[in-house]
Design a protein around this ligand. Structure first.
Ligand SMILES: Nc1ncnc2c1ncn2[C@@H]1O[C@H](COP(=O)(O)OP(=O)(O)OP(=O)(O)O)[C@@H](O)[C@H]1O
Ligand SMILES: [Mg+2]
Length: 380
């Protein structure tokens, strides 16, 4: 058997490698079966896409729902949205795919699940009006139900990005409000501020329309079992340094997998990880993520930077006089900055405390404070 690192950290994981999340998946599917809309929220890299793929695979396997996963990452226009929805349907297989192909053909709009679909047309003739095709795609669940009797489950991943696309939420609502019997929708997003803007502001088309479901951190014992099992399967041990890894990852799903990946790399087959392996893995991880945090940091307002520093240095009392004095921030400025960082998903409230979403960001910030921004040792 090839000696392959079993920890994926840079893309959604395959359904069989999704750890835990069973309660969320069954809740999601039970709401979907009932025709309810769900708004699934989690910070970046908490495993939203992995969970959606697993939930949709389960729904498809049971033959009860036609799963459609639309990736709206970075959409800027109706044309973009149209292309993404067409692409999402193109992942379907079997008889349902044929049914949908034939429905699309009858629209005469150039929509197709094969290679020469609307995406190609919009790219070759950028002045084509995408709206007729978009309307047809948004009506598709009704047509599918007429022909096949199946309910369509549409998951819209990175949904907050539609805020940049005109009145797309209005357009979407005008279609889906008639689809209670034929389609269910999951709106998935990672920016709490944007999601609130779309769903919690009175007068917005989707106001109050979806049942909120939040994806939290992963429990330490589940992460531990997952890591130990994969180390064992690849003839390695992690027991001695597992606690340190869990304490560093703080239940952040992607950070846990990244740290496990780096640690695994330090350990030869047949060996168990020791403290040196862990320290090297941690240093390499910190080095790997430093550029990302540097870019993130530069994009923040000065008061946001001050507030983050206060939280990192005085986690127990970031609004206290000592903390604010140390980072040169007024109380009102601190509250405003923290609100904005919560909306961006950099900080979150946990048991009445304000904490970093990403534990590695906090470590990086402490390094910066000490004057050594993560690259003490350029060789790692
Ligand atoms: N339930 C899980 N089991 C195992 N690994 C997970 C799980 N959830 C998240 N991860 C880890 O997090 C990484 C990111 O997962 P995924 O892409 O699904 O998250 P996301 O929330 O969709 O991220 P993004 O905000 O970047 O779209 C995965 O590569 C994996 O390392
Ligand atoms: Mg994702």
């Amino acid at each position: 058997m090839p000696d392959v690192n079993p920890f994926v950290y840079s893309r959604p994981v395959a359904p069989e490698n999704v750890l835990d999340r069973e309660p969320e998946i069954s809740q999601l599917l039970s709401l979907a079966r009932g025709g309810h809309y769900v708004r699934l929220y989690a910070p970046r890299r908490f495993g939203k896409t992995s969970l959606l793929r697993k939930a949709l695979a389960e729904a498809e396997r049971d033959g009860e729902l036609v799963p459609v996963l639309v990736d709206l990452y970075g959409v800027l226009s109706y044309a973009d949205v149209t292309i993404r929805i067409e692409r999402a349907y193109s992942h379907l297989h079997g008889p349902i795919r044929k049914t949908i192909e034939s429905i699309l053909r009858t629209t005469g709009l150039g929509l197709s699940l094969g290679a020469p679909g609307i995406s190609v047309k919009l790219q070759l003739e950028p002045r084509t009006d995408p709206l007729p095709a978009l309307h047809a795609l948004l009506d598709l669940p009704e047509r599918v139900a007429e022909r096949s009797g199946s309910r369509v489950l549409v998951a819209l991943d990175e949904f907050q990005d539609i805020a940049k696309v005109g009145d797309f939420d209005k357009l979407l609502r005008s279609h889906i409000q008639h689809q209670g019997e034929v389609a269910s929708y999951i709106f998935c997003g990672s920016e709490p501020g944007m999601m609130r803007e779309l769903f919690d502001v009175k007068g917005r088309p989707l106001y109050g329309q979806a049942e909120p479901l939040r994806l939290g951190r992963l429990p330490d014992d589940e992460i531990a079992a997952y890591i130990v099992e994969r180390f064992a399967r690849t003839r390695r041990g992690a027991d001695r340094v597992l606690d340190a890894l869990l304490a560093t990852a703080r239940g952040h799903p992607q950070r846990a997998m990244l740290l496990a990946h780096r640690l695994w790399d330090e350990v030869a087959p047949g060996k168990a990880a020791d403290e040196d392996d862990w320290q090297t893995a941690l240093a390499r991880t910190r080095n790997q993520v430093a550029a990302e945090f540097d870019a993130l940091w530069r994009g923040l307002e000065a008061n946001e930077q001050r507030a983050l520093r206060a939280v990192a240095l005085f986690p127990d009392a970031p609004y206290g006089a000592r903390a604010l004095g140390a980072v040169d921030l007024k109380k009102s400025g601190a509250h405003y900055a923290v609100r904005s960082l919560l909306a961006k998903g950099e900080l979150e409230e946990e048991d009445g405390r304000t904490v970093f979403v990403d534990p590695l960001f906090e470590l990086w910030l402490r390094d910066v404070q000490r004057g050594s921004p993560g690259d003490e040792d350029a060789s790692v």
